[in-house]
Design a protein around this ligand. Sequence first.
Ligand SMILES: Nc1ncnc2c1ncn2[C@@H]1O[C@H](COP(=O)(O)OP(=O)(O)OP(=O)(O)O)[C@@H](O)[C@H]1O
Length: 608
Amino acid sequence: MSVASVALSPALEEVVNFPGFIGRFGLNLDDPILIFLTIAGSLNPMRVMESDSIASVKLRIQSIKGFFVKKQRLVYDGRELARNESRVRDRGLADGKLLHLVIRLSDLQAISVKTFGGKEFELFVERSRNVAYVKQKIASKENELGDGELTLDGEELDDQRLVTDLCRNGEDVIHLIIRKSAKVRAKPVGKDFEVSIENVTHKHDSVDGRKRYISPQAKPKDFVVEPVVVNPEIELPSLLKDLISSTIEGLEKGHGPIKSTDGSGGAYFMQDLSGNKYVSVFKPIDEEPMAVNNPHGLPVSVDGEGLKKGTRVGEGALREVAAYILDYPMTGPQTFPRDQTGFAGVPPTTMVNCLHKDFNHPNGYSFSPENTKMGSLQMFVSNVGTCEDMGYRVFPADQVHKISVLDIRLANADRHGGNILVSRDGKDGEIVLTPIDHGYCFPNKVITNSDSIHTLVSKSRNQTIIGISCRIFPLKPPYLVQFEDCTFEWLYWPQAKEPYSSETLEYIKSLDSEQDIKLLRFHGWEIPPACARVLRISTMLLKKGAAKGLTPFAIGSIMCRETLKKESVIEQIIHDAEAIASPETTEEEFISTVSAIMDRCLDQYPQN
Ligand SMILES: Nc1ncnc2c1ncn2[C@@H]1O[C@H](COP(=O)(O)OP(=O)(O)OP(=O)(O)O)[C@@H](O)[C@H]1O
């Protein structure tokens, strides 16, 4: 039976054929097509109009399935449908085709705790944590709850029950009984649940429950975490050494990796020694979106191209590390050791080899080198959510601006609100934004039939040589860059229309793409010529735009497409330069042609 012949379930028929549906969503009266929405492996028939916008399709999914529009990631034919205003027919979505839905679930569950003594506080607990952990968190805040039990509908909740399972039903009320003399009640508040503690009068001795909550001990030798050292001349900075050591310590104590429910690729939270804190996030290259072992059911890429145009499956981790290396502080690019936070605050990131049974091993697992996964290990940044979860008006302009500098420089094709963490710093609780997820930077045309294969070879601590990734790229021009999928969430925030501060302007002025290319080479990434071209052109745009006094909005708008079909200004500039270039044109000549055209183009923008 073909997928196209799957019948609609009566309930779904009712929803999709809901009278007035067309009017409600402002759709045209063209013929409906039947598509199949895959959600975590299940197939859901759905009728849409070819003239529907992606936004209205997402709205339909929200009304049928209950997943909020903001949390949906739609993938068709190996490409994310990120532009909400584009139409179903523009994306080639036709009758009988499969549309993949990946849900972005926040890993954090907010829990409001209210005591009858009037004390109130909020906890942010990862959904993957268990009941024991919630009790521990409350105990560490209250310093008086030790041996409590959580109950739901009168039934005691097992310490191993996960927070995510408790919060399924918005009406659940959870009680925490503390040594029979105190009671904590949890009730949902919007998407959160609230815990109220009644009669907390009993002072307990010590919080000795911790030992019970430690997950079963793994055998000490059941895992591997090793830095990937590409250039043996470089000593790993102490910051990264500590990151690796604390990750190892957690695993040694039996605190295994915890898979993130969020994101389209495999991401694992690595725990510390106590099992109370995450220290790092590991993202294996074979679990990236559309890679062979992706845990979210995305199809495997047929041509090696990633979810975004101009990106390549399996190269995300390398780009994550590159973003960290390039995000040097105001004092400039230094050789390691580098223990200062970078200008935009990309968390310290390094490449590692990891072996653990809890990663995704669809073909079975054994403790052997072939199950070792290479990927990026990034410092975990504690946060209260992402920019997706809150109103952008509260974000300080300088925090938005630092991210704009990074995104424009790296031509980031994946800056949605979920990729900016929000934390509160210091005693005044100032908002700090942390950019994460830089696997889709430096987009360039994927060449599948060319004259050179670039293999990055690494040496791990035990001197084993491992091929990291194979990339095919031409040694000779044309080096095709691809800015088509660049989108910046912050472009639509009012802070982007404020001018850069003098400090930021100074930083931008100090940037030098040639120096950056050398820096990446020093760290072992012989950046492919097309990526180098992206870096040169985007750095040039940032520097010229900022020197002219343009705002992040104005510069970002030059880099991003307004609509799916309309080329961005930067794309037009590059095409004009390519039209002039001949096969003999050197990279230097090409870049100076781009520079001249860009100058003429920027002359049309009012000088600030
Ligand atoms: N350094 C970090 N500190 C804290 N949380 C992090 C960090 N890096 C990633 N996360 C969290 O891990 C989860 C998955 O990470 P991430 O978004 O990078 O994965 P992804 O599959 O690349 O996602 P996407 O689908 O958005 O491209 C998210 O909830 C994210 O907030």
